[in-house]
Design a protein around this ligand. Structure first.
Ligand SMILES: Cc1cc2nc3c(=O)[nH]c(=O)nc-3n(C[C@H](O)[C@H](O)[C@H](O)COP(=O)(O)OP(=O)(O)OC[C@H]3O[C@@H](n4cnc5c(N)ncnc54)[C@H](O)[C@@H]3O)c2cc1C
Length: 388
């Protein structure tokens, strides 16, 4: 058993960090303060070939696994940009997985190549205001029309909707009440975000402000049949394929964020002198930081263990959920402690930890909440009755 990064993985980590180092704290603060999409960072990662790390090689991607994508995203969030940097790229990694697996050759060429090259951006329209985590209760409806479908409905929180050219859209094509199983009757599309038929309204939010999230109103949008992914009615099952990779990535992105906060807290604790000695000489300062190191370290390896299972085609539902849970908790605690270590200065924008802190609560409830993760583990691992 070798539990370490191999040479390729180490090279990925080093190369990604080199690009990230070109983007300073000032850059990320400015994007956050002005709610500005980090176009320059997106372009630099596209130029480095990183936007296609998980995409097929024949389309210009690298054809690598979740493990490599995880190492890349850990390097991204460890390097100043936190979740603002991660969310600039995240959708490219496993968002279009349904297209990779179930798309026709024409769809793959048309949809994935511009994503890999960084010429187009996509957003992910699943969550709805009246369904929440109960995805099978979505009501955005795609009604059959000559040559395609007419779609109306609402989506909520759709990230990057302000800058995206395309939307991966989950709809109902059969009302839930008429389906044998609640997971039947949903259809997935990858289509143009046609702003004459779709209003994308930005939501003001606590953090990760460089990357927008939106309320989306879809009014009689025509989607040609050629933009349907796979079979009608199977959309929910296609999305399931990408859930575990997404959880693993969010878990490890969180670890990177937490490690960045911990690095800043330790630096400050070494330098700040109060009562004639560095504050880091006090165990009350040391122990919470040391505890965060242990939590981040264990979450990191849980993420890579889950990624290894996925890449080796083994069941990884429990591990992927645990990875996301542990990573998010460890990041939130590390960021909270980083602010506390800085005392009043932790509240000042200049020291950056307040930006990381505002971002660190996000992975605790997206893309799935802690409660739902624990309910899943209770049911699937511990054999307890399903509670939701
Ligand atoms: C910044 C941001 C970006 C996002 N980006 C996207 C995106 O790009 N695309 C997209 O589709 N979605 C996106 N989301 C949506 C996100 O995935 C959801 O917010 C998340 O899944 C939680 O759903 P909800 O907010 O509707 O919570 P709700 O379903 O309303 O749940 C509220 C609370 O009740 C708890 N709860 C509900 N039912 C149960 C139960 N049976 N047992 C125990 N607890 C329960 C939940 O755990 C949660 O704590 C984003 C959200 C945010 C905040």
């Amino acid at each position: 058993m070798v539990i370490n990064l191999n040479e390729t993985q180490q090279a990925i980590d080093a190369s990604v960090r080199k690009i990230c180092a070109e983007f300073s704290d000032e850059y990320w603060s400015e994007c956050d303060e002005h709610s500005r999409f980090p176009q320059e960072f997106h372009a630099a990662m596209a130029k480095g070939g990183w936007l296609g790390i998980t995409m097929p090689e024949v389309l210009g991607g690298s054809g690598l696994g979740v493990s490599e994508a995880a190492i890349m995203m850990h390097a991204v969030t460890s390097s100043n940009g936190g979740y603002s940097a991660a969310s600039t790229l995240h959708i490219n990694l496993f968002g279009p997985h349904a297209v990779v697996v179930h798309g026709t050759p024409e769809q793959k060429a048309e949809f994935l190549v511009p994503l890999i090259r960084g010429e187009q951006k996509a957003c992910f329209g699943v969550t709805e205001p009246d369904a929440g985590l109960d995805t099978t209760s979505i009501t955005t409806f795609a009604a059959k029309a000559p040559g395609g479908y007419r779609v109306s409905g609402r989506k909520l929180w759709t990230s990057t909707g302000q800058v995206a050219h395309k939307i991966l859209l989950l709809t109902r094509t059969t009302p839930k009440a008429e389906c044998k199983r609640p997971t039947d009757g949903m259809t997935l599309f990858y289509t143009d975000l046609d702003r004459t038929k779709v209003e994308v309204r930005r939501i003001k939010k606590m953090g990760r402000n460089a990357v927008d999230s939106n309320a989306v109103f879809i009014d009689n949008l025509f989607i040609p049949e050629t933009h349907r992914i796979g079979e009608e009615g199977r959309g929910f099952y296609y999305l399931l394929d990408s859930l575990n990779p997404e959880r693993i990535l969010v878990g490890i992105e969180s670890v990177g964020l937490g490690r960045d906060a911990l690095r800043r807290a330790s630096n400050y604790a070494r330098e700040r002198v109060v009562f004639g000695r560095p504050i880091g000489m006090n165990q009350g300062i040391q122990h919470p930081l040391a505890e965060s190191w242990t939590a981040l370290e264990s979450a990191y390896w849980m993420c890579l263990r889950a990624a290894w299972l996925y890449d080796n085609k083994q069941a990884c539902g429990a591990e992927a959920n645990a990875a996301k849970f542990l990573g998010a908790r460890a990041a939130f605690d590390a960021c909270t402690r980083a602010v506390m270590t800085h005392g009043g200065m932790g509240y000042a924008r200049e020291y950056q930890v307040e930006r990381l802190f505002r971002e660190s609560i996000l992975p605790r409830f997206t893309p799935v909440t802690e409660q739902l993760i624990l309910s899943f583990i209770a049911e699937k691992v511990l054999g307890l009755p399903k509670s939701y």
